[in-house]
Design a protein. Structure first.
Ligand SMILES: Nc1nc2c(c(=O)[nH]1)N[C@H]1C(S)=C(S)[C@@H](COP(=O)(O)O)O[C@H]1N2
Ligand SMILES: [Mo]
Length: 360
């Protein structure tokens, strides 16, 4: 993909209207209502006939399986509230702009996912010693990077056997809707969105390193198109605020009354719990700590709520920012670091605000 500096192209617009973001005011919900959760679909949404659907588990296993949805549902169920973020979130803010889905900062949402622990199914299939990777194949097909393919991604065996990965058949208490992967999808809490393969058809264990497109060519941090790069894995920390006050229709500039506003938002990281959220009202020159909502420790993979009472010193123009730090010590940068795919741009959110007397 050739990076661009100029205006959004019609190809990007076409992707943007299919793959919508989560409106930032929906950060108010701890669990994102289904229709407000962002979407990212590389090809087309498949229509799946549930009675004939099967999940095939094979490769280096002693007991290959072919499971119907009822058979999966009969296995012990687990639930996890997990925050998803597309690896391309923040891409359209990079300069030059890598051409792909042009996300600003809204490609994030939290779902209550229910299904079967991936480990339960892998144990049932009796994975052979020496298996290194688990390859997940979706039903959707398309062309990408000049290759015809099914959407397919692998996970290292240790991640797949960990406590948290899930074969989910419910979202927020209902069967998965078509756009989120009906009838079953993979959920890998803490990893960027691309790991959560939708419309699962097959799971294959391999003893060899997997070299398919979405692992080997697509989701990698590269300095240029020729750089082999390193894989995109877990989610870098980010805080976002609900833009305060009321918006101007076209520019989305915010109007806040002179008395100030209670800022609220969410913060998350795939590397550890959030331990600090800070707010700046001067474009990142000075920072002040926000209050974290209690109870975060019970929600390992769910974004963390925060609030901050902002009292502006007077009427005028402000740039509000927020930033998060996780328990592993990762902190959001003020300036983006560029890579060719436009991945993981977690530079701080900037919200233009006019403080004025009156209703706000
Ligand atoms: N089969 C399949 N799975 C997929 C995708 C896809 O295009 N096909 N997109 C991935 C990407 S890039 C993201 S960010 C998440 C988005 O999940 P959501 O649309 O349910 O929010 O799904 C992932 N799983
Ligand atoms: Mo994504």
């Amino acid at each position: 993909m050739e990076p661009e500096a100029g205006e959004i192209t019609s190809d990007e617009l076409q992707l943007a209207t299919r793959n919508h973001g989560t409106p930032l005011e929906a950060l108010r919900y701890p669990i994102t209502p289904v229709g407000l959760h962002y979407l990212l679909i590389h090809y087309d949404i498949p229509v799946v006939d549930e009675p004939s659907w099967r999940l095939e588990i094979g490769g280096s296993v002693d007991r290959p399986l072919s499971l119907s949805l009822d058979e999966l549902r009969a296995l012990p169920a687990v639930s996890v509230a997990a925050t998803f973020e597309c690896a391309g979130n923040g891409r359209a803010l990079l300069r030059p702009r890598p051409i792909s889905q042009p996300w600003l900062s809204e490609a994030v949402g939290t779902g209550e996912w229910r299904g079967v622990a991936l480990r339960t199914v892998l144990e049932k299939a009796a994975v052979r010693d020496g298996s290194r990777e688990v390859v997940f194949t979706g039903l959707d097909r398309g062309l990408e990077g000049g290759e015809e393919q099914q959407y397919r991604r692998s996970l290292p065996i240790d991640e797949a056997m960990g406590q948290d990965a899930l074969l989910a058949y419910e979202l927020n208490g209902r069967p998965l809707p078509p756009q989120h992967g009906f009838p079953v999808r993979l959920v890998v809490p803490g990893w960027y969105g691309m790991a959560n393969v939708k419309w699962l058809r097959a799971i294959e264990l391999t003893a060899e390193p997997y070299r398919g497109y979405q692992n080997e060519r697509s989701y990698r941090f590269r300095s240029s198109d020729d750089d082999p790069g390193v894989p995109v894995t877990r989610i870098a920390p980010r805080a976002l605020m609900v833009p305060p006050g009321i918006p101007d229709f076209m520019t989305r500039r915010r109007f806040v009354p002179i008395g100030g506003a209670r800022l609220e938002g969410r913060a998350w990281s795939g590397w550890g719990p959030i331990d600090l959220v800070e707010v700046s009202a001067d474009g990142g020159a000075t920072w002040d700590a926000a209050s974290l909502d209690p109870g975060a420790a019970d929600h390992r993979w769910q974004w963390q709520g925060w609030t901050y009472d902002w009292q502006p010193p007077g009427a005028g123009e402000y740039e509000l920012c927020c930033r998060a730090r996780d328990g592993a010590g990762n902190q959001q940068p003020l300036e983006a670091s560029w890579n060719a795919g436009g991945y993981a741009n977690n530079s701080v959110q900037r919200v233009a605000v006019t403080v004025r007397s009156g209703e706000g």
